[in-house]
Write a protein that binds this ligand. Structure first.
Ligand SMILES: Nc1ncnc2c1ncn2[C@@H]1O[C@H](COP(=O)(O)OP(=O)(O)OP(=O)(O)O)[C@@H](O)[C@H]1O
Length: 312
């Protein structure tokens, strides 16, 4: 069953000047943002930035100290059973009935939501686990368990899904498989609020991202626009065997030069002339260029420690 809400129903999430303090810690400090329906919205930020607190406020698990919170047109606090049926929550520590098979687990979750076994079966299929439906939960691989955690959040066909680092601890192949599952969810018109520390993933999947630092939103836009407005720096990676760090630092136009594995990494705003200089000094064989990505923007906004940049 596709989500039924239309655009006339307003945004999936609207936060206006939300604050939350724990004792001396201002965990959320005046956050305002709107997530339109159908958007894949990423929440990024360093440890302790306030992401979990903010998501818990949206889910109705915590009460904001002040500010307005609207989820699917309703206040999530005090907990609203009608709203709970319309949202799905996957957490990093999803609870499983480990002695059951994947299918039995989902049927149990379905029963808790008062939906039938067909819903469990379609949730299983939507994360590509049908053929593992008969496998006991504790025999599933890490990636399969992550998919089962997402399926558990989907059983009742929620319009709005909260996903907290669903690809944590997955191998690259399992991550890619899960990305497709997430794209399919978006394709079905569902709204996704996605917390992640994987910036490549946010760049790949999210329509827009908010970067939180110290409980405040310091950037909010599509990854593409954030990158465009962010650093125009280009990185050149030159095999370290052919160019030493001191020489690299002396090339006019090089802002930073660092050693990364067996490459010297040159950061520059003037890639053309630095490339020409590298060509004259070391030749261009094996030289790679890397333009800025979301990670560069993120590090700029969240403050990359200078000593990280200068480490080999
Ligand atoms: N229940 C709590 N009691 C007291 N302080 C808390 C509580 N929960 C979170 N905090 C503090 O509030 C701040 C924000 O924490 P929060 O967990 O929301 O950040 P986060 O961005 O989700 O971090 P992470 O990426 O590590 O999960 C941190 O300083 C944290 O120590």
């Amino acid at each position: 069953m596709p989500p039924t809400a239309g655009p006339q129903d307003g945004p999936a999430v609207a936060l206006d000047t939300v604050h939350k303090r724990y004792g001396a810690v201002q965990a959320v400090d005046g956050v305002s943002l709107t997530v339109p329906r159908g958007e894949f919205f990423g929440l990024l930020g360093p440890n302790g930035a306030g992401k979990t607190t903010l998501v818990e406020i949206m889910e109705g698990q915590r009460r904001a100290d002040s500010g307005a919170v609207t989820v699917l047109g309703h206040s999530p606090w005090p907990r609203n059973p009608a709203l709970l049926a319309r949202i799905g929550v996957q957490t990093q520590s999803s609870a499983f009935f480990v002695r059951l098979t994947a299918r039995e687990h989902l049927r149990t979750v379905a029963a808790l939501y008062r939906v039938d076994d067909t819903a469990a079966e379609s949730a299983l299929a939507s994360v590509g686990l049908t053929e593992h439906g008969g496998t006991r939960v504790d025999d599933l691989s890490g990636g399969q368990r992550q998919r089962l955690a997402i399926a558990s959040a989907l059983v009742h066909q929620p319009e709005l899904i909260f996903l907290d680092e669903p690809t944590a601890a997955l191998d690259p192949q399992a991550r890619r498989t899960l990305w497709q599952v997430l794209r399919d969810l978006k394709g079905e018109g569902r709204t996704i609020v996605y917390t992640t520390h994987h910036l490549d993933e946010a760049e790949e999947l999210c329509d827009r991202v908010a970067i939180l630092v110290g409980g405040r939103v310091v950037a909010l836009d599509s990854p593409g626009r954030l990158i465009e407005q962010g650093s125009p720096t280009t990185r050149l990676l030159v095999p370290a065997a052919r160019l030493d760090l001191e020489t690299a630092r002396g090339i006019p136009g090089v802002e930073h030069a660092t050693l990364d594995g067996d490459s010297v990494v040159l950061e520059t705003l003037d890639a053309g002339s630095v490339l020409a200089a590298v060509d004259a000094l070391a030749g261009l064989r094996g030289v790679r260029t890397r333009t800025a990505g979301l990670e560069d923007v993120y590090l700029q906004l969240t403050g990359a420690p200078e000593d990280h940049r200068s480490q080999g």
